[in-house]
Write a protein that binds this ligand. Sequence first.
Ligand code: ARG
Length: 415
Amino acid sequence: MTDKVVLAYSGGLDTSVAIKWLREKYRVDIIAVTIDVGNEKDFAAIRQKALKVGAVKARVIDGKDLFVKYFIFPALQANALYEGQYPLATALSRPLMAKLLVDTALAEGAVAIAHGCTGKGNDQVRFEVGINALAPRMKIIAPAREWGMTREETITYARKHHIPVPVTVTSPYSIDENLWGRSIECGALEDPWAEPPADAYTLTRAPAKAPDRPHYLEIGFEKGIPVTLDKKEVDGISLIKKLNEIAGRHGIGRIDHIENRVVGIKSREIYEAPAAVVLIQAHQALEAMTLSRDQLRFKQKVAIEYADLIYNGLWFSQLNRDLSAYILSSQRYVSGTVRLKLFKGQATVVGRKAPYSLYNLSLATYDEGDTFNQKAAEGFIHLWGLPLKTQAQVQLLGDKEGPLNIMGPAGEEEK
Ligand code: ARG
């Protein structure tokens, strides 16, 4: 019996060529698996293409619900942004794909899983580390890393084997897209000095061409999960799609990032993530109302670790469980509503309310109804500043030359 290999199939040039190439090189049967993470593709056509190019079976798996529930929303609850900028759309989808590929491979009795990633990117790391964690004995094949063909040679190979070459092959960009955002690299974007050409963007309008009137919207959260839009209940997938459309129209969610890849290279990546940007901003605004200062500070540190872990392909780790447990626990009182104004490329939080809000008007107000005991501030300041005062008397002002060092090291040079 011929061995079976499960191939992560996107329908693009590389993975189509991989079907043929794997059959020729390894004499295996290919089961193509395409995972729908909300990338608005014609999945029926992709499936047909896989079969036409030579896969013995082709499956399309709808991963949208799982993606939102287990990947996107936890990342939102964490406010996960890699290096403070990238909402991690591509990175979050890979462990889900790894899991569904492994499930399929085990169910089909396949000996290996293949993917179309090259040897320079992060995605090969995420796929393979994920697969290794879930099925340590599964073999992995990365044809695009093995075949040593240039782009041109891949196209020639495709033509020779009657593999349809998609029109997008002429696109100068490499693109990955799902519900949480769109990643664009290559072409003109490789020059970090060059402004991204207008055609790099498809989800967002140029802010200058956005509507002249602002759009206001209200997002309701329940324990850190967005559940309503403008007071109407909405499921996660619909909410994200709607926000991508509305915020995209207002030019929101463009990100230009020089990022540090796992494999040690710096790369320039453009992202479009209208829904992610708006939701993270709204979620942070609600946390500002409902979490204490100490919780907020600690949670920022957790978010950095969590974003790194996702980016670095370590989703299926015990550290993820530990951090996720903290993140989930932190959301107990993060419920309420945030009001935002979308206008010319900018989302601005203009209102927030929460049943468990820690904002207390009678403490904050400068008007009538003030309950804050201003007298108590005196004693507080005395004790709060005591260590500093003590130290300054000995080490700063104790200097026989007098109080010269108050400007710090730069001031010192002028002595
Ligand atoms: N740099 C991003 C990441 O590592 C996106 C990678 C995929 N991008 C692409 N244009 N194919 O998650």
